[in-house]
Ligand binder design. Structure first.
Ligand SMILES: [Zn+2]
Length: 354
């Protein structure tokens, strides 16, 4: 016992980051989920997670479902509404996968640990391509979860910017042409001297509250206007919440349109009574660091990295709690991403073309 007490005391003295790191190192070694599933226990387990309340047709969402025999030992269902059949993995992330459920859970653990693709592939015994496909299938799906977020209480909002990046859009590609000349790092005269906001800057309006809820998305290139802020944040904040922003006129109009109480903080002044914009600044700091740690992210995947960051780095809860939420989500969500479409994604996914 005394050993444990000592350990607990030492643990309590760690910083928040050190604690997370420590817990992450533990859970990376001790998977908490059964390592082996038989085909029966797998089906039972998936059914429990995916159709916990009732059977829902993954094609049309209807609940008038009847059993429709079995195929290769797996229960099939028939939707009385759309007349299509399905099984427990239809339209799920696990559809068409030969990989075991435990491999998926190992993969989630790697994502919780923000592990690079190559290392993740090694850990899970999957190919680099599968590692890449899974990451974006999962994050595409996670965007569905992000889309249901509604912030309340004291909400801080501001925008942040990322340099436009065409990383991964191959020169050899027949479908992609570079919209501008590529920058050569360190070449004299090539350095961007432009100050302020050029059209090379991807604008990401963001909002966070004090309970760890966050929402952010690419809106446009360069400086945002009211429409850009609306495109991302409209109806994402509960009415009568307090919106804290800097002195930007667009947010004033935005708060009126969304029935929010507005507190605006003058430049160079960090607080206004009990209100401040430290949480949103902190959020942007973490997001930037996360993107930097990936050595830059292609703009076409930036929204995916934002939701990843929001879950792992910003939302409240312990590492373990979040991992369980993430795992259950991945097991039960409907996916709409086809792997073969990933490389053809719009290189600049802005909501406004200027
Ligand atoms: Zn249906």
């Amino acid at each position: 016992m005394s050993n444990i007490n000592t350990l607990l005391q030492l643990f309590s003295e760690l910083s928040k980051e050190e604690k997370q790191k420590f817990l992450a190192s533990l859970s990376a070694k001790v998977p908490s989920i059964p390592t082996e599933f038989t085909s029966e226990t797998r089906e039972e387990y998936l059914t429990k997670l995916r159709f916990s309340k009732q059977l829902i047709c993954p094609h049309c969402g209807n609940t008038h479902i009847v059993k429709n025999g079995t195929h290769k030992g797996q229960q099939r269902y028939l939707c009385k509404s759309c007349k299509k059949t399905f099984c427990v993995t239809t339209k799920s992330l696990m559809a068409y996968t030969k990989q075991d459920l435990s491999t998926w859970y190992k993969y989630i653990n790697c994502m919780m640990n923000k592990m690079p693709l190559r290392q993740t592939a090694r850990e899970c015994g999957i190919s680099l391509k599968t590692s890449f496909d899974w990451r974006h299938k999962i994050l595409d799906a996670l965007q569905q979860m992000a889309n249901s977020v509604k912030l309340d209480g004291i909400v801080e909002a501001d925008e942040t910017f990322f340099r436009l990046s065409f990383k991964g859009n191959h020169k050899k590609s027949k479908t992609f042409t570079m919209p501008r000349k590529s920058y050569k790092r360190g070449v004299k005269g090539n350095k961007i001297k432009k100050r302020g906001l050029s059209k090379d800057q991807v604008c990401v309006p963001s909002a966070v509250n004090r309970n760890g809820l966050s929402f952010a998305k690419i809106s446009n290139l360069g400086k945002p206007n009211l429409m850009d802020i609306k495109n991302v944040l409209d109806k994402r904040i509960e009415e009568n919440s307090v919106l804290v922003t800097d002195k930007n006129y667009s947010y004033k109009i935005f708060s009126e349109l969304n029935s929010l109480d507005l507190v605006q903080i003058r430049a160079k002044k960090r607080t206004e009574g009990i209100f401040n914009i430290q949480h949103i600044n902190n959020y942007h700091g973490k997001l930037k660091e996360f993107i930097r740690s990936r050595h830059g992210v292609a703009t076409k995947y930036l929204n995916n990295y934002i939701v990843w960051n929001n879950l792992v780095n910003y939302s409240k809860g312990s590492f373990e709690e979040k991992e369980v939420i993430f795992r259950d989500f991945v097991t039960s969500v409907n996916t709409y991403t086809k792997c073969k479409t990933l490389p053809h994604r719009n290189p600049i996914p802005v909501l406004r073309r200027s």
